[in-house]
Design a protein around this ligand. Structure first.
Ligand code: SF4
Ligand code: SF4
Length: 324
C-alpha cells in the first residue's frame, strides 16, 4: 500500500513489529544510559510488538502531520512544534473523530506510548530516520508529528520495507549541534540535547551546557534547520493543530516576570505545561544570561535571592555574565 496524502497529512499501513534493527539499537541506547532520566523509555517488552499494547493488534496505521511554521521571536527561540496547543490533545481529538466516523476500533498513539514510532513510519517506505534521529519524509523533510493507530485488522498490501538510511556522507547535524549531542553512530545522547534539557530535565543544568543552550528556552530545532532534507520547507499548519497565539505576545522579560499561577494559566494545554514553572523560568534565566544579562539584571537579582535553589543557582550564573 502506498503512502497516501490527505490535506497534507501522510499515512500508510504496516505490520505490528518494529524493524529489528531499530529495536536492537534502542536496547543498546538504553544500556548506555543515553535516555537520561526518561525512565518511561525503559518499557522494552512493550516496544517489541504492538500486540503487547493491544492484544487484537493486526496492523499499524502510521501517520505524519506537518507543522512547519514561520513564527519566530527575536530574543528567544522555541522549537517550532511548540507554537501550537499541545499536539497530543489536538491530534488525538482528530484521530478519535476519524475512528468514530468510520466506526473503527483502534488504539491511538501520539508520542507518549511505548512505541518505536519512527520504525513503523520507516517500514512504510516513506522516509528514514536521520543521524539526528528525526524521522525524515522524502521530499517533505522532518517537521512532522508522528502518530499511530493500532488496528485490529490487516489491510491488503501492507508495506514492510524502508530499512535504509539516506543521510549518505552528510554530517551537518553532527557538526552543528550546539552541545555535541549527536554521535557518529546514529545515536543521540539525550543528556546533552537542548530539547531534553529544556523540556524534560528538571533541576540544575550542568554549567558546561548552559552557554551552549544559547537562546533556546523550549526545545531546539538546529539539527532540523541544517538538514538538507529540510531545505525550502513549506508552511503547513493544519487548522486543527491550533496555533497558540497567546504566547506570541510574550517578550523574554514577560516570561521572566510570570508568577507561578500565571504560568499555569498561560501554559495550560500547551507543550510548556510539561516543563513546569521552575524549569521554564530556569530556561529563561539561562537565555537572559546568554543574550543580554545587563538588560535583565534587576529581575535576575530578584531570582538570586529566591528561596528556590534552581532559580538561585542559574541566576547567579547569569549575573556573573553581566557587568554587575
Ligand atoms: S535538538 Fe538541538 S541539541 Fe538536540 S540534538 Fe538537535 S541540534 Fe543537538
Ligand atoms: S543533517 Fe545530514 S546527517 Fe543529519 S539527518 Fe540530515 S541528512 Fe542526515
Amino acid at each position: 500500500m502506498k503512502f497516501r496524502e490527505f490535506k497534507d497529512i501522510l499515512y500508510s499501513f504496516t505490520d505490528i513489529y518494529p524493524l529489528k534493527e531499530h529495536y536492537d539499537f534502542y536496547v543498546k541506547w538504553l544500556e548506555k544510559g543515553f535516555h537520561g532520566k526518561m525512565k518511561y523509555m525503559e518499557r522494552r517488552k512493550k516496544r517489541k510488538s504492538l500486540e503487547n499494547l493491544f492484544p487484537e493488534a493486526k496492523s499499524c496505521l502510521s501517520i505524519g502531520i506537518p507543522y512547519y511554521n514561520e513564527f519566530e521571536f527575536k530574543e528567544y527561540r522555541i522549537s517550532k512544534y511548540a507554537f501550537f496547543i499541545d499536539y497530543h490533545l489536538t491530534i488525538k481529538e482528530k484521530l478519535k473523530e476519524f475512528l468514530k466516523k468510520y466506526n473503527i476500533q483502534g488504539k491511538i498513539y501520539i508520542d507518549t506510548g511505548a512505541i518505536l514510532e519512527r520504525s513503523f513510519a520507516q517500514k512504510t517506505g516513506i522516509g528514514f530516520t536521520g543521524k539526528n534521529t528525526n524521522f525524515i519524509f522524502f521530499k517533505r523533510g522532518s517537521y512532522f508529528f508522528l502518530a499511530e493507530i493500532i488496528l485490529p485488522f490487516e489491510p491488503r498490501g501492507l508495506k514492510n520495507e524502508g530499512n535504509k538510511n539516506f543521510c549518505g556522507k552528510c554530517r551537518k547535524c553532527i557538526d552543528k549541534c550546539p552541545t555535541g549531542a549527536i554521535r557518529e553512530d546514529f545515536t543521540l545522547d539525550a543528556r546533552k540535547c537542548i530539547s531534553y534539557l529544556t523540556i524534560e530535565y528538571k533541576g540544575i543544568i550542568p554549567e558546561d551546557l548552559r552557554e551552549k543552550m544559547g537562546n533556546w528556552i523550549f526545545g531546539c530545532d538546529v539539527c532540523q534547520e541544517v538538514c538538507p532534507w529540510n531545505k525550502n520547507p513549506q508552511r503547513y499548519e493544519p487548522e486543527f493543530l491550533k496555533p497558540n497565539y497567546e504566547i506570541f505576545n510574550f517578550s523574554l522579560e514577560d516570561f521572566l516576570k510570570l508568577k507561578e499561577n500565571e504560568f499555569k494559566k498561560v501554559s495550560k494545554k500547551t507543550p510548556f505545561e510539561r516543563t513546569g514553572y521552575i524549569n521554564f523560568i530556569r530556561n529563561c534565566i539561562i537565555c537572559a544570561g546568554n543574550t543580554d544579562p545587563d538588560k535583565y539584571k534587576k529581575i535576575l537579582k530578584e531570582f538570586e535571592n529566591s528561596e528556590n535553589k534552581v532559580l538561585k543557582i542559574h541566576s547567579k550564573w547569569a549575573l556573573k555574565r553581566s557587568s554587575r
